[in-house]
Design a protein around this ligand. Structure first.
Ligand code: SF4
Ligand code: SF4
Length: 279
């Protein structure tokens, strides 16, 4: 019917208007004090009503899935085997899928042999061109590039300041866990079996024997050896999100890995039998 959309819009505006005053009553007019302790709750993602944010003294809380320009993850400094290392392998997939083509990657080379190494020597993103679509983060097979929550990037210099280089883009894994704890934890579980092959190798060599003997949650103890080793290395640097992470037990990836291990074991047995018969 003609005018229905208009009526709907006005009804929504009216609802926000009324809810603003309900919020006022709910929080006892505390929102007019800058240093209110309830700011995070009142200005959170569930906030109702129309609000006036006293920016820059106050900022609206952003949800975990909020995305602004990308950043690169480097391993935390306290990681036992990979401290400060790039997660990026300079595979170039993000640059390929980036719709406005605003990513430039310079692949690293071994200074002695001249051979390519799986880490970027240079990484540049033109944030004036970046449209915050998040494709780079979606497609990265190594979880090495993520979308940031920091939206205060204005500057008076439109040239060099808006080309973020590797130094500016690199942020520790702990930062990613602090802004997106749930997603970071889920990702950690999923990549536990393959992401930290280096750490697993290191642990098998014996240098991580102390880590292996450290008490671990039941779900991890039940995991197959490579999984458990990789998780042990990861969990040492994942203290914050792990505390607020989903409950253990619901770890389908553990079952998947166990099934894969079982299949691998059976395949090896079959191969051995065939070899014995052939011999
Ligand atoms: S950020 Fe990810 S997709 Fe992009 S080059 Fe590095 S590893 Fe590849
Ligand atoms: S967020 Fe989108 S536009 Fe920005 S760098 Fe990533 S893929 Fe490119």
């Amino acid at each position: 019917m003609y005018g229905t959309g208009l009526a709907k819009g006005l009804r929504l505006t009216l609802r926000h208007f009324v809810e603003s005053y309900i919020d006022d009553l709910r929080y006892g007019f505390r929102k007019y004090h800058h240093s209110t302790d309830n700011f995070g709750i009142r200005q959170g993602t569930q906030t109702k009503g129309v609000i006036t944010v006293q920016y820059p003294d106050e900022k609206v809380a952003v949800p975990e899935r909020f995305r602004f320009v990308p950043f690169l993850i480097v391993e935390d400094e306290d990681h036992p085997t990979r401290a400060g290392k790039d997660w990026c392998t300079s595979c170039g997939i993000c640059a390929k899928v980036c719709p406005p083509q605003c990513i430039w990657i310079v692949r690293g080379n071994d200074p002695d042999t001249g051979r390519p190494v799986p880490e970027p020597e240079g990484f540049f993103i033109d944030i004036d061109i970046c449209m915050n679509c998040g494709y780079c983060a979606e497609y990265c097979p190594f979880d090495a590039i993520k979308m940031d929550h920091d939206y205060e990037l204005a500057s008076y210099d439109r040239t060099s300041h808006h080309i973020h280089d590797k130094e500016k883009l690199s942020k520790p894994n702990s930062y990613w866990r602090s802004i997106a704890p749930t997603r970071a934890y889920d990702e950690m579980l999923v990549r536990g079996t393959w992401e930290h092959k280096d750490a697993a190798k290191e642990a098998r060599r014996g240098s991580a024997s102390s880590r292996a003997s450290a008490p671990r949650p039941a779900a991890q103890q039940a995991a197959p050896a490579p999984v458990a080793t990789a998780l042990a290395a990861e969990s040492e640097s994942a203290t914050a999100p792990a505390a607020s992470a989903p409950a253990e037990g619901a770890t389908p990836w553990n079952e998947d890995e166990a099934k894969r291990e079982e299949r691998r074991r059976k395949a090896l047995e079959r191969k051995a039998k065939r070899a014995a018969r052939g011999g």
